[in-house]
Design a binder for this molecule. Structure first.
Ligand SMILES: NC(=O)c1ccc[n+]([C@@H]2O[C@H](COP(=O)([O-])OP(=O)(O)OC[C@H]3O[C@@H](n4cnc5c(N)ncnc54)[C@H](OP(=O)(O)O)[C@@H]3O)[C@@H](O)[C@H]2O)c1
Length: 368
């Protein structure tokens, strides 16, 4: 509890691109967050700028720094390097854990801590940013529309740039290759091994399969056994993804990763304020069984803007009351959660309105 009786949120990774935006918005909204990170000077810098307390510590051994904290919002990615230790610390101290990961293996590992979390009375809720709030809520909504569905496809299309942290996270994950879910089991395959034609609401787009977090989370949320996630990207990026997946082993080498991380730190800035304000993202989803099929779409503000808003909305809810154990955004708060965020719209398509078809990947798409 803080002096004024409210529950306390600690934002770890507070001086990163996204962490800084979250601390700023949290301070403005009266959360009185604790800004935390591994570098003492940079952590103090953010805390001072927003007049909030600072704590500096490494993720390993974090439990001795969580006194008086009710929930941790971990913004320090790649989460493959920070989530396990922070989850351990949260379980040891009875602190709720949230993060903004989109990394499939991280979701799978946190899911396996469910019984520990149940025993300790802790909520573990990774993926409270653009990954995976809109897609997870759409998955739950489609499942409500077609409860007997045995196949779920989700697709994303986003405008705007990416931050250094996101690029590094993608880079770190490339060596793992792609993944889909079949009969409830994760199957590994190449990134971009599958192509689909998707209508996000303004014409047909070609999208390729990616190992998005929903391959893990949507199964937990809906129980649908077959799941694929697609990304609509310009043709140059699609070719790059295919190339990267063939080079997977090479990209995974530590020396290559270190060199690319260095380049990213120097040459990549996150999206500026104007891009964050004006951009938007689109999510499409289809649930089906046999010939029966339902399709819905969601439009959201730009992904980093969305992440700040959704992370704080979920943090507020978890601080108030949340189911214990491992949760996804929609398993904890239902499919309508995403509609509580400003600027989000959801549309359900009726059978006659669906133009593209699951079995017609060659459907006409605009020339590129
Ligand atoms: N869910 C979403 O839609 C969404 C949206 C935005 C970002 N993200 C993800 O969030 C992560 C952060 O993104 P960003 O744009 O804020 O990146 P960023 O600017 O590079 O910031 C990353 C932060 O994490 C810290 N960090 C990294 N590894 C660490 C470790 N092993 N121990 C302690 N701290 C560590 C960094 O501290 P140092 O500088 O000291 O390394 C820095 O404070 C990325 O994984 C990104 O993919 C997800």
């Amino acid at each position: 509890m803080t002096d004024d009786g409210t529950d306390r949120l600690l934002v770890y990774g507070a001086y990163g691109y996204t962490g800084r935006l979250i601390v700023e918005a949290a301070a403005e909204r009266g959360f009185d967050p604790i800004a935390a990170g591994r570098d003492p000077a940079r952590t103090r810098g953010v805390a001072t700028a927003h007049d909030v307390p600072a704590r500096s510590f490494k993720v390993r051994g974090a439990e001795s720094h969580l006194g008086g904290v009710d929930a941790v919002l971990n913004c320090a990615g790649p989460f493959s390097e920070t989530a396990d230790a922070m989850v351990d610390a949260c379980l040891a101290t009875g602190t709720d854990y949230l993060d903004i990961t989109g990394e499939l293996p991280v979701f799978e590992r946190i899911r396996r801590r469910d019984s520990d979390a149940q025993r300790e009375g802790v909520t573990l809720l990774p993926g409270v940013g653009f990954d995976v709030v809109p897609t997870d809520c759409l998955a739950a909504h489609l499942h409500d529309r077609l409860p007997e569905a045995d196949h779920l496809s989700l697709a994303l299309e986003a405008e705007g740039g990416v931050s250094p942290g996101t690029l590094k996270t993608v880079l770190t994950g490339l060596g793992d290759g792609g993944a889909i879910r079949r009969d409830g089991v994760l199957r590994h395959e190449r990134v971009a091994a599958r192509t689909r034609v998707v209508d996000f609401g303004d014409g047909l787009r070609r999208a390729v399969s990616i190992p998005w977090g929903d391959v893990s989370t949507a199964y937990h949320t809906t129980g649908i056994p077959d799941i694929e996630v697609y990304l609509s990207a310009p043709s140059s990026a699609r070719a790059g993804m295919k190339l990267a997946s063939y080079l997977g082993g090479g990209l995974d080498s530590e020396a290559v990763q270190r060199g690319l991380s260095w380049l990213i730190d120097r040459y990549v800035d996150g999206p500026d304020t104007e891009t964050r304000t004006s951009g938007e993202a689109r999510v499409w989803g289809e649930a089906r069984t046999g010939d029966t099929r339902v399709v819905s779409r969601i439009r959201t503000p730009e992904t980093y803007h969305f992440t700040v808003e959704s992370a704080l909305l979920v943090a507020e809810k978890v601080l108030a009351d949340a189911p214990i154990g491992y949760q996804t955004p929609a398993s904890a708060f239902g499919p309508e959660l995403v509609l509580e965020l400003e600027g989000v719209e959801r549309v359900d398509l009726e059978a006659g309105e669906v133009v593209e078809h699951a079995s017609s990947p060659g459907a006409t798409v605009p020339a590129e």
